[in-house]
Write a protein that binds this ligand. Structure first.
Ligand code: ADP
Ligand code: MG
Length: 695
């Protein structure tokens, strides 16, 4: 190219004829600012108006252009007055049904007229029907004048009609013809993957010629669609890789101890590590001994024993003379970790400290001072640990538990606490198993370890689903279990966002159950209790002094009371699969058979039914995650939907899963062979959005 045309990414949509401030505002709502954005705004489906379909070959659900003669037209007076028109073309006949029509329209469709219609075929009472089709009067035998390309249907917003979209994208395609959309994938790569150049792919998707498979297009399996999805996934992959490289260039303290404290902890435990725990602990030992920061994600199903692995990692830091921070997403979980870590580490002479958002004034000052001078060796807390005024003396390792509760940003913010050019090692743990392809995309900046084994002697939780009309029976069941010396949870869920209302509901339920379960000890825990009260309730539940613990979903993550063996969840239909799995994971931690009762309020929608069925069928967190992904999509599964971090314009992590391994290889190749393409690719697809690469 001699003089390169103006980049379409820098050409605002207002440069297109017909786009004034009002349309620009509407486009802005869809995130479309420039001509490139407009070109990446792809149709979600296509209509085939390129040929006239014989009426006899129509099937329900088809959208088609038909042409024929009116055999009959009359007004029917059923529940609603309607105009029924019978159209025939020699291969068959079909009814056109109109609930609203003018006299002129009616006249137009008199017996003997020839019509061309477009609409969707439905099953009618007597024959197939088109309800309110688009209708055009034609002359008998008039040669078919049809569209030359499949008709694109765009995702839209109020005030933007499909014709407007076609018009706008038409103008954008004209500009595309003059260049301005730089090809960023090397020819060799395109050839390797058998994919069209970017500009061709974009043009095809906006105006597919009639010979293109409509089915392939509507399933987004067309090479042109895959070409774009691939490029977008690649850009995300690259941004996380670049981030990772930058991190690796930073120094980290090599945490090499003599293993004495770790051995002492292992000796004090009443159990042996599972082979999987052992393996992950070994991986961590290697990671932490490096001079660049470890960035590892440890996945392990609920109850697989991640906490002890975290404690071993913490001791690697302490043995080497560094501080370790352990962050949990809720106060309740942080408190439990504090208890565990104190029990495990204090006898070894390790100073364990504690910081939560509730600490104020003198107490907080004292803790901050002890973090600063290094006298606290292991700090346990909530995100309060990473507020600006918290400084460490020698922070060597950060452990984040239940990482799915934190976004990429928070994860990155933690890395900054090391100060200077040194960053602490980072270990994140999650019980939300993420299908591998998804994990490879979402956590491309992390190494993965999986604790894929549960401690021995666990029996799978058996789960039943019951309507809340049978609540009395459920209460009876709780009574029986508790009188038999078992412990139970009763989880209240409320649709209201307000924490106050949720807590109120839990209080009411606790009161009602106390009355119904005379003689049994009922405890209550929710987010609004004072820390000390919560602590006291959890401690007496753990000690067996409470039979039934009524709770809000605060107990969702991490809570570990192995003797509890019955879990009742109210309004289970309101919760997502992973949340249910987490909650259910509070039981089944001891050797006795555990049960889970999922109560729902009828009627159950299709999706809710599916979800509850999955819970009944399996206890396997990975399987549940896979099903969750199918039912809800990746954004929900990753918990990033609100933050928009993993939102793609074109790619769909579920649909395009099988592209992911290729994307990884391609990222490697590009970083080595075409480093010059990396920044423009990231800029094109991630741009101003989340600058993970710049952190
Ligand atoms: P999670 O992976 O859900 O965080 P926890 O770390 O809370 O699991 O561990 C669940 C329970 O299993 C705890 O009571 C813990 O003490 C126990 N546990 C952990 N590892 C083992 C093991 N190897 N053998 C027996 N029990 C174990
Ligand atoms: Mg845990």
């Amino acid at each position: 190219m001699v003089s390169s045309p103006k980049s379409l990414a820098e050409t605002p949509v207002t440069a297109l004829k017909g786009v004034g401030p009002k349309s620009a505002e509407r486009l802005h709502k869809l995130g479309i600012e420039n001509v490139q954005d407009l070109l990446f705004h792809l149709p979600t489906r296509y209509q085939d108006r390129t040929r006239i379909v014989p009426i006899g070959s129509l099937r329900p659900g088809d959208q088609a252009v038909i042409q024929g003669e009116v055999e009959l037209a009359d007004i029917r007076y059923g529940r609603r007055r309607s105009l029924m028109v019978r159209l025939a073309d020699g291969t068959g006949h079909i009814m056109l049904r109109f609930f609203h029509f003018s006299n002129a329209q009616k006249d137009n469709m008199r017996r003997g007229s020839w019509l061309r219609c477009f609409g969707e075929v439905r099953n009618g009472p007597q024959s197939y029907e088109l309800v309110h089709p688009e209708v055009e009067r034609v002359a008998e035998g008039e040669p078919a004048e049809v569209e030359q390309a499949l008709t694109p249907i765009y995702p839209t917003t109020e005030g933007m009609h499909q014709l407007t979209w076609r018009d706008l994208t038409g103008r954008a395609l004209d500009l595309l013809g003059q260049g301005g959309l730089q090809e960023l994938l090397p020819d060799k790569v395109l050839a390797q993957h058998d994919m069209p150049p970017l500009a061709d792919a974009v043009r095809l998707l906006h105006r597919p010629p009639p010979d293109q498979s409509q089915q392939l297009l509507s399933e987004a399996g067309h090479p042109a669609q895959r070409r774009l999805a691939l490029e977008e996934l690649l850009a995300h992959q690259l941004s996380l890789r670049v981030l990772r490289q930058r991190q690796r260039r930073k120094g980290a303290p090599a945490l090499r101890g003599d293993g004495g404290l770790q051995q002492a902890l292992l000796n004090s435990l009443p159990f042996e590590l599972t082979a999987a725990q052992q393996r992950v602990a070994d991986q961590l030992r290697k990671d932490l001994a490096q001079r660049h920061p470890a960035q590892r994600l440890v996945q392990g199903d609920v109850g697989s024993g991640k906490t002890i692995v975290a404690a071993l990692a913490a001791l690697m830091g302490v043995e080497a003379g560094y501080q370790v921070a352990l962050m949990a997403p809720t106060e309740l979980l942080a408190e439990q970790h504090l208890r565990n870590f104190s029990n495990w580490l204090a006898p070894l002479g390790v100073e364990v400290g504690w910081l939560s958002g509730r600490h104020k004034g003198k107490r907080r000052e004292a803790t901050l001072a002890a973090l600063r001078d290094g006298s606290i060796q292991v700090a346990v807390g909530t995100h309060a640990l990473f507020q600006d005024d918290v400084a460490f003396d020698r922070l060597g390792l950060v452990v984040v538990d239940e990482q799915h509760r934190f976004g990429v940003h928070q994860r990155l913010a933690l890395r900054e606490k090391g100060g200077g050019n040194q960053v602490p090692h980072q270990l994140v743990m999650t019980a939300t198993p993420i299908p591998r392809t998804l994990a490879m995309t979402a956590y491309a900046d992390l190494d993965l370890s999986v604790i894929d084994e549960l401690p021995p002697g666990r029996t799978p939780v058996s789960t039943v689903v019951v309507a809340d009309a049978r609540r009395d029976q459920v209460v009876e069941r709780v009574a029986l279990a508790c009188r038999d010396g078992r412990q139970a949870y009763w989880v209240c869920t409320l649709i209201e966002e307000s924490e106050a209302l949720q807590c109120q509901a839990a209080e009411d339920t606790a009161a009602a159950l106390t009355e119904a379960l005379e003689g049994l000890r009922v405890g209550l825990v929710h987010g609004r209790l004072k820390a000390a009260d919560k602590e006291a309730v959890m401690a007496s539940f753990k000690a067996g002094d409470i039979d039934l613990l009524v709770a809000t979903t605060v107990i969702e993550v991490g809570v570990d009371v192995p003797s509890a063996s019955l879990m009742v969840i109210e309004n289970a239909e309101r919760l997502g699969l992973s949340q249910l799995h987490q909650l259910r994971g509070r039981v089944g931690r001891g050797a006795q058979q555990s049960h889970c009762v999922l109560m729902y309020h009828p009627p159950l929608g299709q999706v809710a039914q599916e979800r509850l069925a999955v819970m009944r069928e399996t206890n396997d967190g990975f399987e549940i995650a896979r099903r969750d992904l199918e039912i809800r999509g990746p954004g929900e599964v990753l918990g990033t939907r609100q933050t928009g971090e993993m939102q793609f314009r074109i790619a769909d992590l579920l649909r395009d899963q099988e592209l992911v391994p290729g994307v990884q290889a391609l990222a490697d190749q590009l970083l080595v062979e075409h480093p010059e393409s990396v920044a423009p690719l990231m800029h094109r697809w991630i741009g101003h959005k989340v600058q993970y690469a710049d952190v």
